[in-house]
Design a protein around this ligand. Structure first.
Ligand SMILES: Cc1cc2nc3c(=O)[nH]c(=O)nc-3n(C[C@H](O)[C@H](O)[C@H](O)COP(=O)(O)OP(=O)(O)OC[C@H]3O[C@@H](n4cnc5c(N)ncnc54)[C@H](O)[C@@H]3O)c2cc1C
Length: 370
């Protein structure tokens, strides 16, 4: 269906479609570099996957397969967060950004040793049962762990609230409830909304997480397959954990004020946002088995979100084949909060005409051709 444009015409240097953490960080980076930026979202900033996240910044713990490209990307992303934490103006305590480490539990010490060798750039330490008991006394797990002492977390809800204010202060035009339904690259990049409004820009960045066929310019069928995740938060009377605890894809992330986020399911192909009571119970029981003190904790909230993913679970980050002025920054799957500041650096480099690091080709939007 084609929509005849009507209403005002908007012009900027850079139009960013999607105001989740990826779009917000891209807007921040581009505005800081002096560009006139418009950031549109079909709903409100951060109401998509970003609000559902636990906020873990854990590239080593997350990358169990030790994939070298994800290792390089993840470590650079973690460094980008550490650089932010060192910026005077970045409100580290307001967004609860800290690096207290993560423990990835396992009963297989040999497997952990092997993985520690492969993941050397993440500097993991092998923790024995004695270390676990000494440093996380509330943990009832019998086994060992890889400790990633430099990894951390942030509060995604507080982060979105801060970024929304910050990009406005940097002069970014933020347009909520603006649903982009088509992009025209024939002459000059143009995006059209459902209500017929037109946005013109020198560059368009697609940070809309999951792209429908109409916005996917690299082929007829969009490769995006969101993966639903259900999670809960609880509150305990005392601090039970210092570090994030992970067991396979299950985690308990201790937050400010004795809150803990417990998650999350992995449900590929589920497009609903329903939270099942039995899933909440299962998450709670699994957490109590690891940390018995959680049996006294009060359930605060339960929710579901969709992780933006493509079949190989790598981000989609790079220029369009049709027009180098269209840039994809999507598909960040399980690690979009971790990747966001570094993705934003790469997007600003691509806008300036740089090629980016060699391994960026693994994230090419053209890789779905075959
Ligand atoms: C349960 C769960 C736990 C997670 N935990 C972590 C974690 O601990 N650490 C981590 O790093 N990551 C985590 N993630 C993943 C992380 O949430 C995502 O990778 C990240 O939020 C993706 O950010 P985004 O900005 O690309 O997407 P989103 O936050 O979904 O933002 C995309 C935005 O685009 C807008 N949009 C979409 N289509 C259009 C359109 N046509 N026009 C205009 N706007 C549009 C949407 O409204 C939305 O606001 C988790 C995800 C889930 C579901």
């Amino acid at each position: 269906m084609s929509v005849t444009p009507k209403g005002p015409v908007n012009q900027s240097d850079i139009l960013i479609v999607g105001a989740g953490v990826i779009g917000l960080f891209c807007a921040r980076a581009c505005a800081m570099a002096g560009a006139k930026v418009t950031l549109v979202d079909r709903a409100r900033p951060g109401q998509g996957a970003s609000m559902a996240a636990a906020g873990m910044l854990t590239p080593g713990a997350e990358n169990r397969e030790c994939d070298p490209v994800m290792m390089a990307f993840g470590q650079r992303a973690l460094s980008a967060w550490k650089n932010l934490a060192n910026e005077d103006a970045f409100p580290t305590s307001i967004v609860d950004l800290h690096f207290r480490g993560v423990l990835d539990l396992s009963k297989n010490q040999d497997g952990l040793r092997e993985r520690a060798l492969k993941a050397q750039n993440a500097a993991p330490l092998l923790w024995t049962q004695n270390d676990l008991t000494a440093f996380e006394p509330e943990l009832a797990y019998e086994g060992a762990a890889l400790s990633f002492p430099g990894e951390g977390q942030v509060d995604p809800i507080k982060l979105v609230a801060f970024l929304e204010k910050e990009v406005a202060a940097l002069g970014v035009t933020l347009r909520p409830e603006t649903d982009i339904i088509s992009i025209d690259l024939a002459d000059h990049p143009t995006a059209k909304t459902r209500t017929g409004e037109t946005f013109h820009a020198d560059h368009i960045v697609l940070a809309a997480a999951v792209l429908p066929d109409a916005l996917w310019g690299e082929g007829k069928i969009s490769p995006f397959l969101p993966v639903k995740g259900q999670a809960i938060s609880v509150e305990s009377d005392m601090a039970l954990l210092r570090r994030i605890i992970r067991l396979d894809n299950f985690y308990i992330a201790p937050k400010a004020e004795n809150r803990l986020i417990i998650g999350a399911t992995e449900e590929p192909g589920r497009t609903d946002l329903l939270v099942k009571e039995e899933t909440v119970d299962q998450l709670m029981q699994k957490a109590i088995a690891l940390v018995p003190g959680l049996s006294e904790a009060r359930l605060l909230k339960s929710w579901a979100g969709h992780r933006p993913a493509v079949p190989d679970r790598l981000p989609v980050l790079g220029r369009s084949r049709q027009n180098s002025k269209l840039i994809y920054a999507t598909g960040h799957y399980r690690n979009g909060i971790l990747f966001a500041p570094y993705t934003a650096d790469l997007v600003s480099q691509l806008i300036l005409g740089a090629t980016g690091p060699d391994w960026l080709s693994a994230f090419s939007p053209q890789r779905f051709d075959v």
